[in-house]
Each structure stands twice: as structure tokens, then as C-alpha cells.
Design a protein around this ligand. Structure first.
Ligand code: CDP
Ligand code: MG
Length: 753
């Protein structure tokens, strides 16, 4: 293994020294039997105990108030620290000393921005404080999370702390999964779910407090929620749009409390946006972190990450702390897990046990708990995580962070309307958050698998908010169904590019969700009922016409699972591949194959054994069944009859095409494809049943960019369908095969931008 001196150390020595000096002072003060909270202030970087400051936004700098905490609480807090009772109980969390002052600040102000280091207890504690203070008598406390896993795991944690069953007083709600009941008063939910609730209840009448958590993540839904709740908590007298004005009055809720919480310091921006709302800062508790860079860029960051993890494990005593590795996605995490298992097996009993804990968005619930279990003595935990561990989840006991410097991020080209997931370098802000994860329980170390030069010169300061790099069709449809028409003047915190808005309007028009005046049509109103991408909801709405809604919702459910359906164990690859091919018999295309998987499973009465025999993930299938049940319920709501027509594959494929006609592609000579509307060279993903078949015309579900731009979930289509189904979008000349011969040279490159 590479030796540790392969890393440059930046600032480590100074911080270490500063810390030890401060720690000494702290110990002195303790020995003197007189607790001096100010000694501790210096013991932690950026630490300021004794006073929680309530600062007003930059527009209103002059006003400022200090909220003093209760001193007894403070002492207890420090005691908790000294006893090392990090996990001992709620009172040891950094937010605890500020309980009273925080509640006072919430009482005094309708909108409050709360800032505190990750792990300080914002998400798990603040809703409980509000509950204890009686807020839940007036309505629920809703706390939004950008990620499903975070919503579930935090709800589980809080119900455990309160000693009640998850789903009773404390519950969570994520897309396709509602774990709440009549009793629920603390509701953790994805920001997307609150957005959907907003559609049905624009004054948020069931809530007394809404906490938009992890606001710094600036997800699309969070940003849209901001714009919407702003209208709920304040009346904008100067709003030039009289319509919006009247709506705001109807929605106005002077009694609703709005909390915006964030782990990073750019809180002034939130404050400014919410008319100079005060900022409540929870003093952090962070130990120094030694930052190490590689001397030269890494060619293979995954390998470098694995080597670094093993090296730490082998050279450092096991009781000394766990390792957190940031990777970009499920596949990468699974690869890393396999390699790590293989290599540690190679080392046998010569090394301490290494417990590998993966965590990513689609990790099954029952496996999520594993990462929070304390590491047994003599062993070490290595957590392989996506960005979810950057701020949404806090895992105790991490001492080493390995940061390859990449994240999988959505990117969108408004010109072509194409969206893909790209592995992109992180921002400096992200890099610092990641590093900070190692300094929670003691001094930590962060290994950045990139050079100091890269960090200072190549990384952006902040991540671009999602709203500026995504397809907005879904959002535009939601806003339209809320009656918000003037999107260009919607109060966005950071407006999306006008081009992206226009593109979204264009797509919704093409899907017949909007008429030419930009108003919601009957079709659009139905589509808005489905918590799905507009193309997927259009496919469902169209199935009414083709009399195959039963089959289409199964396909839609299978497409919405988000994780893989087939698995392929290393030692049984041939069997697994054969089982998979069975469903593709007759080259029916991937959509029909998904339908066959679902129907066959249903025929066996949802048998688990059948899944094993066919190398299919039971969990994914169960999820598909849940999603399908909900879609069936929604069909009823939009008055689409459930009709089955399994024999008519053409009808099924026409329904698919009705939603996905903008995703059509024609084969070129060399097995590559060219998208019809905005010419770009793409390929059929090797996992597709049609990868060897190469039909002349295809419709695809999505594009993914790995080594090439791949189409995933592909079906064959007849070009005349395009003109039949979307005459306003395709003309005959678009689908004439002749056109391909006159293709200009070098178009592949030209379409790259
Ligand atoms: O929201 P914030 O980052 O400020 O902190 P939090 O999520 O409320 O976490 C507070 C504490 O609860 C941390 O020490 C976490 O390790 C712990 N926690 C946990 O053990 N299990 C969870 N599922 C969530 C939090
Ligand atoms: Mg949190």
C-alpha cells in the first residue's frame, strides 16, 4: 500500500496545536472545579458557546438580539461531553443548551432561519422541542428532507427517542410510501411530498410548523416550496400580479411558523429572501480536521479510495475510529464493497475485522439501520456512502473521511431538452462539508484524492442549485395546476434559465398538457394528479384511449422503482442471464419485458421463491407492487377505467409512445442511434434486450451517460406512430428514412454542447 507520506498536509499542524493548547486550558478550568464555558469555546474550531446569537438578515443589520441560554443546561451539556456520552441522550447534543432560547425565538418570529453544524440535532431535536412546547396541539409539525433515506431514518430515530412506534405520533411520508396515521404529529417527509401536499392544501392547514430542513441543498422541490410558502406566511402588497395577490390573501396563515434550517453559513441568502428573517445560529462543535491531498491526480479514484481505506485500516489501531468513503452511486458502492471484501479476505486474520456498510438512496430500509449500529470492539467500520452522508445523515464514530471529489449530479441542456446524470467534481463547499464529517467526536483526518491545486483552482465555490440544471416540466405542471401562470415572474430564490422554463412549457404543450395559451388542459389536469414525470403520467393518461391502463400502470410502476430488478451473482452469471433473456423472448423490447416480469410474478401470487429462481430482486418487486397499487388508486381519481388488454402489444407500445415520443431515435449505420428531434448520437444500453437486435426505430425511457450516451429501457416503434400520435411535433419529413442519408458529417460532435 501507498505510504501516508504520499499526502500533503495542509494546516494540520497549526490546527492540532491550537486545539491542544485550548484543550489544556479547558482541562485546567475543569480541575479548578469551576466550569468555564469560555475555555471550551476555544477548544473547538468555530466554536462559540455561551451565547446563541440571533442575527437579522443583511438588509436589516442594525437589529440584533442575544438570546441567553439557561446556564444549568450548559453545564449538563459539557458534562455530557466530558463523560463521552455523545450518544448517551438528547441532552448532550449541541442544540440542547439552546432549547429555551430557540423556542423563544420561534415564538417571537414567524419565519426563522436556523443554522447549525451537521449533527448538532436540528432535524431530530427541534421538532421534538416544538412538540413538547405544545405546537402540535394546533397542527402537525412537518419537517422536509431532500432525500427519502434521510426522512425514513430520522423518523425512525425520533420515534425511538420518544419510545413510540414508528408511524404513530412520529411518521414519515415519501413518494409511494406513507408511514403516518391519524395520530401523527411529527411528520418527516421529502420536500417533494410537501410540494404535492401543497397542491391539495395550499394554505397548509394541517400544519402548525413547517421546517424546511437541509435548505442548503437547494433541491428543486425545496426551492419551489420556498416560493410557495413565502406566499403563505406573508402578503406581498406590491405584487404586480393582482391574481397572485388575491391568492396570497386566501392562503395567508399568520399563525404558521416557518423554519428554514441549514448546515452551512450562507444563511443570509435565505434570510434576505424571506424579508430579512432572523438567523438563529447554533454554535458548532467541531474538532480540527487534518486535510491531506494527493501529490498527483488519481487516475482511478475508486481504486485510490479502496487503497486508502485499507491502508488506514491496516496501519491504524482498530478502536481508533471508523472510515467514511464518499462515492457517487449504488453501482460504484457495490463494486467497492466487493473489492474490499475480496482484499480483506486475502489478508485473512492478520488484520482486524472490517465491517463494510453501504448506504445509498435505494438501500432497503432494513439494511439502513446497520450503519448506525455501534462498531464492535476490535473491529472497524467502513461506510461507503453517496452524498447522502454529506449533511443529511450523521454517523457517529467517523474519524477518517476519504473524499474522491466527485458526485453524481443531474445536468440538463435546455437547448436540446436532454437530461442526464453525470459524475461531476464537487464544489469547495461540499469538500469542506465532507471533511467536517470526520471531526465530530474527536480530531479527524480527511484524505482528498485530488491535489491541493485542484481544490484551490478547479473546484467551484458552491454547487449550482438544482433548479438551474434540471428539466422543469414537472414543476411547471405543478405550478400551473396551482393556478400560478406567470412563471417568469414567480418569486424564485435563484431563477432558472428562461430557456429551461420555455423548454418545459414546450414539452407540456407537446404532451397536450397545456393549450397554446399556456393553460392547463383536461389532460394536463389528469397528469398533474400523478406524482410522476410528465412523460410517464402522459403515458398513463393515454392508456385510456388504447384500452390497456392495467398493463401501462404495471410498466409505469416497474419504471419507477429506481433500483435494479435483475441481479447477477458472480458465480451464476450464465443462469442469471438466461433467466433474464426469458422475459425478452421475441425481442419484445424492455418495456414489455418489464410487464412480463410483473405479470409472471403476479401469476405466482407474488412468490418470493419465484423471484429467487429468476434472479429477480424481491424487494424491487414489492416496491413495484406498492407503486402500482397507488397508481391504480389514482386512476380512479382521474376517472380512467382499469382495462386490461395484454395481447395487444401495439396498443401498449402506442401508449408508451404517447408519453415518450420526444424520446425517439433512429439507427445509424454503425449500430449507433440518432435522436430524431434534437440530433445527438446515442447507443442502446448493453443491459437492454434490444442491444443485439438494433431495431431501426426506437423509443427510450431515459439517457444515461457513462462511457457513452446510452438509452435505457428501449422499445421498438413504427415511425408512422410518431406522426399519428404527435402530428404537432413530428412531420413526415422527420420520420422519412431518406433523411438519414443526408445527415451532415460531424453532427455527433456538434451536439455535444
Ligand atoms: O440535523 P442535524 O444534522 O443537526 O443533526 P441530527 O440529524 O438531528 O442528529 C443528531 C444526532 O442524532 C447525531 O448524533 C446522530 O448521529 C444521531 N442520529 C442517529 O443516531 N440516527 C439517525 N437516524 C439520525 C440521527
Ligand atoms: Mg439534519
Amino acid at each position: 500500500y501507498r505510504m501516508p507520506d504520499a499526502y500533503d498536509i495542509e494546516g494540520g499542524v497549526n490546527q492540532e496545536k491550537r486545539f491542544s493548547v485550548a484543550m489544556e486550558r479547558y482541562r485546567d478550568s475543569k480541575d479548578g472545579d469551576k466550569m468555564n464555558p469560555f475555555a471550551e469555546q476555544e477548544a473547538w474550531e468555530d466554536h462559540q458557546i455561551g451565547k446563541a446569537t440571533l442575527k437579522f438578515g443583511s438588509k436589516n443589520k442594525k437589529q440584533s438580539e442575544d438570546y441567553n441560554f439557561v446556564f444549568e443546561d450548559q453545564i449538563e451539556f459539557i458534562k455530557g461531553q466530558v463523560m463521552g456520552g455523545e450518544n448517551a441522550d438528547r441532552k448532550t447534543l449541541p442544540v440542547y443548551p439552546y432549547r429555551e432560547s430557540l423556542l423563544q425565538a420561534i415564538e417571537d418570529h414567524q419565519v426563522l432561519v436556523i443554522v447549525g453544524e451537521t449533527g448538532s440535532g436540528k432535524t431530530t431535536q427541534i421538532p421534538q422541542y416544538l412538540h413538547e412546547a405544545g405546537y402540535t396541539k394546533r397542527g402537525m409539525i412537518g419537517c422536509t428532507q431532500p432525500r427519502r433515506v434521510a426522512a425514513m431514518s430520522v423518523a425512525a430515530r425520533v420515534s425511538q427517542e420518544m419510545g413510540i412506534k414508528l408511524g404513530h405520533e412520529v411518521g414519515y411520508s415519501i413518494r409511494f410510501e406513507d408511514c403516518t396515521s391519524d395520530k401523527t404529529v411529527l411528520k418527516y417527509m421529502t420536500d417533494g411530498m410537501l410540494l404535492r401536499e401543497f397542491l391539495g392544501e395550499p394554505d397548509l392547514a394541517s400544519y402548525s410548523v413547517v421546517m424546511v430542513d437541509e435548505a442548503h441543498e437547494r433541491t428543486l422541490s425545496t426551492d419551489i416550496l420556498f416560493g410557495l410558502v413565502k406566499g403563505t406566511v406573508s402578503i406581498h402588497w406590491f405584487d404586480p400580479f393582482i391574481l397572485l395577490f388575491f391568492q396570497d390573501i386566501a392562503r395567508f396563515r399568520p399563525d404558521l411558523k416557518l423554519l428554514i434550517s441549514s448546515a452551512t453559513l450562507d444563511a443570509e441568502k435565505f434570510s434576505d429572501y424571506f424579508d430579512s428573517a432572523p438567523i438563529f445560529k447554533i454554535p458548532g462543535r467541531r474538532f480540527p480536521v487534518e486535510i491531506n491531498y494527493t501529490k498527483a491526480p488519481e487516475a482511478d479514484y475508486l481504486d485510490a479510495a479502496i487503497v486508502t481505506a485499507l491502508q488506514i485500516h491496516v496501519t491504524q489501531p482498530p478502536g481508533d475510529g471508523d472510515i467514511l468513503v464518499f462515492l457517487t452511486g449504488q453501482e460504484e458502492i457495490e463494486t467497492a464493497e466487493e473489492i474490499l471484501k475480496h482484499r480483506t479476505r486475502g489478508l485473512g486474520s492478520k488484520i482486524a475485522e472490517l465491517i463494510i456498510c453501504p448506504i445509498y438512496a435505494n438501500l432497503p430500509t432494513e439494511l439502513q439501520a446497520k450503519i448506525f449500529e455501534p462498531t464492535p470492539e476490535g473491529a472497524r467500520k467502513v461506510v461507503l456512502a453517496t452524498n447522502i452522508a454529506e449533511t443529511s445523515l450523521t454517523i457517529d464514530g467517523i474519524k477518517y473521511v476519504i473524499d474522491p471529489g466527485f458526485v453524481k449530479m443531474k445536468s440538463y441542456n435546455p437547448r436540446t431538452g436532454m437530461e442526464s446524470l453525470l459524475i461531476t467534481p464537487i464544489s469547495k463547499a461540499s469538500a469542506n462539508q465532507r471533511a467536517g464529517r470526520s471531526g465530530r467526536t474527536g480530531p479527524g483526518k480527511c484524505f482528498r484524492l485530488y491535489t491541493a491545486y485542484n481544490y484551490f483552482n478547479d473546484l467551484d465555490d458552491n454547487t449550482v442549485p438544482e433548479i438551474q440544471r434540471t428539466n422543469l416540466a414537472n414543476v411547471v405542471l405543478s405550478l400551473k395546476s396551482l393556478g400560478i401562470h406567470d412563471l417568469l415572474n414567480f418569486d424564485f430564490m435563484d431563477p432558472p434559465p428562461a430557456e429551461a422554463l420555455l423548454k418545459a412549457l414546450e414539452l407540456l404543450f407537446a404532451l397536450s398538457a397545456l393549450n397554446k395559451h399556456g393553460e392547463l388542459t383536461k389532460v394536463g389536469r389528469k397528469m398533474a394528479e400523478f406524482p410522476l414525470d410528465p412523460m410517464l403520467s402522459k403515458m398513463i393518461v393515454a392508456s385510456d384511449k388504447y384500452k390497456c391502463s392495467d398493463e401501462i400502470i404495471s410498466i409505469a410502476a416497474m419504471l419507477s422503482i429506481g433500483s435494479s430488478i435483475f441481479y447477477r451473482p458472480k458465480d451464476k452469471q450464465v443462469h442469471a442471464d438466461n433467466a433474464r433473456l426469458n422475459f425478452h423472448m421475441g425481442n419484445v423490447g424492455d418495456h414489455i419485458a418489464l410487464l412480463k416480469v410483473y405479470s409472471s410474478w403476479k401469476e405466482t401470487n407474488f412468490s418470493t421463491q419465484w423471484c429467487y429462481e429468476n434472479y429477480i430482486q424481491v424487494r424491487s418487486m414489492k416496491r413495484a407492487r406498492d407503486i402500482r397499487d397507488q397508481l391504480e388508486g389514482l386512476l380512479e381519481r382521474v376517472e380512467i377505467e382499469l382495462v386490461s388488454n395484454p395481447g395487444d402489444l401495439e396498443a401498449i407500445k402506442k401508449s408508451i409512445t404517447s408519453g415518450y415520443f420526444p424520446h425517439s431515435a433512429r439507427m445509424q449505420k454503425n449500430g449507433s442511434y440518432r435522436t430524431v428531434k434534437h440530433p445527438q448520437t446515442v447507443y442502446i444500453h448493453p443491459s437492454s434486450g434490444l442491444a443485439q437486435v438494433l431495431p431501426r426505430w426506437v423509443v427510450y425511457h431515459e439517457l444515461v451517460l457513462t462511457t457513452k450516451e446510452y438509452m435505457r429501457q428501449v422499445s421498438e416503434l413504427k415511425p408512422e406512430w410518431l406522426v399519428e400520435i404527435a402530428p404537432h411535433y413530428y412531420q413526415l419529413k422527420d420520420v422519412e428514412d431518406l433523411a438519414s442519408k443526408k445527415m451532415p458529417r460531424g453532427e455527433g460532435r456538434a451536439s455535444k454542447d
